[in-house]
Design a protein around this ligand. Structure first.
Ligand SMILES: NC(=O)c1ccc[n+]([C@@H]2O[C@H](COP(=O)([O-])OP(=O)(O)OC[C@H]3O[C@@H](n4cnc5c(N)ncnc54)[C@H](OP(=O)(O)O)[C@@H]3O)[C@@H](O)[C@H]2O)c1
Length: 345
C-alpha cells in the first residue's frame, strides 16, 4: 500500500487530498498540532493524525519515519521551513510543496499583495517572473510572496523530485479564511440584497481544494522537478460567485451593482481585482491532470461545510463574526441598511 505523509494536513488541501488518496487505496498520515481538527469521516476511513509541530524537526522526522511515496507540505512558508523539510524530501518518492500565485509579478513588479494591483497581460503561466526571494516576515503582505519564492528555491535545489504547486484563491471545507463566507453568511442572515463593488466584475481565479488534490495525485504518479499552477477550470467573476452561492442555498436577493467611484465602504468582496488574475493550466493538463469540477460544482463542499458549521457542526468555533478583521468590512450591514433606506422606491 503506498504511503502519503501530509504536513499540515487538516486544512482544505490536506482534507481533500487525504480523502482522495484513501479512496484510491493509500495509507495517509496527516500532521498538525490539534487532533480535533481531523474530520471524523477521515479518521473513520483510516486517515491517521500525528501530532507534529512543523518547527520541531525531530518531531517531524519521527512522525515521517522510514519514508513515504508522497510527501505534501501544506504549510511551507519560508526557506527555513523548506530546509527543515529536506531530510524528509530525501526519503520521499515524490514531494509536493504548496506555494502560491502570490509569487507572480507583472511587468511593473506588482503582485497580488502590492498596494497597486497587478495587471497581467493574460493567463499567467509558470514562466511569469516572480518576486525576488526574501526573508522578511512571511505573515506580512510584502513578506509572503518573497518567502514563498525562497522556500520554492530551497526545495527545487534539492535535486529531488519536488513539484511546486501555485494555487490561487483556495476554497474548500476546513478553510481558515473561507472567503465564500461573505455570501453564505448573508444568506443565513436573510439579507435582502447583495452589494458588489465595481459591479462584481472582479476576477481572481479560484482553486478548489478538490482540484488541487486531483493534481497532487497526478504528481504522486509522475514524480518530477517542476512548478505547476493549480486553479479551477473556470475563473468566475465575483458576481457569478455570489450568484452561484445564492443559487446553491436557494436564496433570492437584489443585486446592488456599484459603479466605480461609489462609496468604498459598500460592496467590498475578496475577488475585487481591477484586472483579471487567471492562471494558465496548460502544464498541469499536459501532465494528465483532469479537474474534478468547475467552481460551481466544487464550491458546494465549502458552502455545505459553512452552513453546517453555522449550525454548530465541525468548524463552528472558528467561524468569523461581524467583528472579524477580514470579514467585518465585507459585511457592513449598517452601511448597507442605510443605503437601502435612502434608495428605497
Ligand atoms: N488560502 C488561500 O487562498 C491560499 C492561496 C494560495 C496558496 N495558499 C497556500 O496554501 C497553504 C495552506 O493550505 P491549507 O489552507 O490547506 O492549510 P491551512 O488550513 O492553512 O493549514 C493546515 C493545517 O496546518 C496545521 N498547522 C498550522 N501551523 C502548524 C504548525 N506550526 N505546526 C504543525 N501544524 C500546523 C493546522 O492544524 P493545527 O492547528 O491542528 O496545527 C492547519 O489545520 C499555504 O501554504 C498557503 O500559502 C493558500
Amino acid at each position: 500500500m503506498p504511503r502519503a505523509f501530509i504536513v499540515g494536513g487538516t486544512g482544505p488541501i490536506g482534507r481533500a487530498t487525504t480523502r482522495r488518496l484513501l479512496a484510491a487505496g493509500w495509507q495517509v498520515d496527516i500532521t498538525g498540532r490539534n487532533p480535533a481538527h481531523l474530520p471524523a469521516d477521515i479518521a473513520a476511513a483510516g486517515g491517521k493524525f500525528v501530532v507534529a509541530e512543523r518547527d520541531d524537526p525531530d518531531q517531524l522526522l519521527a512522525a515521517f519515519g522510514d519514508g513515504a511515496d508522497l510527501l505534501v507540505d501544506c504549510i511551507c512558508y519560508t526557506a527555513n521551513h523548506a530546509t527543515r523539510l529536506l531530510p524528509l524530501v530525501r526519503d520521499a518518492g515524490s514531494t509536493v510543496m504548496i506555494s502560491s500565485k502570490a509569487v507572480y509579478v507583472d511587468s511593473d513588479g506588482n503582485h497580488s499583495n502590492s498596494d497597486t494591483a497587478p495587471h497581467f497581460d493574460g493567463p499567467i503561466s509558470e514562466t511569469q517572473p516572480t518576486i525576488a526571494p526574501g526573508d522578511a516576515d512571511y505573515t506580512t503582505r510584502e513578506g509572503y510572496g518573497a518567502n514563498k519564492v525562497a522556500a520554492e528555491q530551497v526545495l527545487l535545489d534539492s535535486g529531488r523530485p519536488v513539484t511546486v504547486l501555485r494555487p490561487s484563491k483556495i476554497h474548500g471545507a476546513g478553510a481558515a479564511r473561507p472567503r465564500e463566507w461573505v455570501y453564505v453568511k448573508r444568506v443565513l442572515d436573510r439579507r435582502p440584497a447583495v452589494f458588489l463593488a465595481h459591479r462584481g466584475a472582479g476576477v481572481d481565479h479560484p482553486s478548489a481544494a478538490a482540484n488541487i488534490a486531483a493534481l497532487i495525485e497526478v504528481v504522486a504518479a509522475t514524480p518530477g522537478q517542476r512548478i505547476l499552477n493549480s486553479a479551477d477550470p473556470d475563473a468566475p467573476s465575483a458576481l457569478e460567485i455570489s450568484r452561484t452561492i445564492a443559487r446553491q442555498l436557494d436564496h433570492v436577493w437584489d443585486e446592488v451593482l456599484l459603479d466605480d467611484g461609489a462609496d468604498e465602504t459598500l460592496g467590498r468582496h475578496p475577488w475585487d481585482a481591477p484586472h483579471p488574475i487567471v492562471l494558465d493550466m496548460t502544464l498541469a493538463s499536459d501532465l494528465g491532470y483532469r479537474p474534478v469540477g468547475d467552481y460551481a460544482t466544487t464550491v458546494a463542499d465549502e458552502v455545505e461545510w459553512l452552513v453546517s458549521a453555522a449550525c454548530g457542526g465541525d468548524g463552528a468555533e472558528s467561524l468569523p463574526g461581524l467583528d472579524d478583521a477580514f470579514f467585518g468590512p465585507l459585511l457592513d450591514y449598517t452601511a448597507e441598511n442605510s443605503y437601502l433606506a435612502t434608495h428605497a422606491n
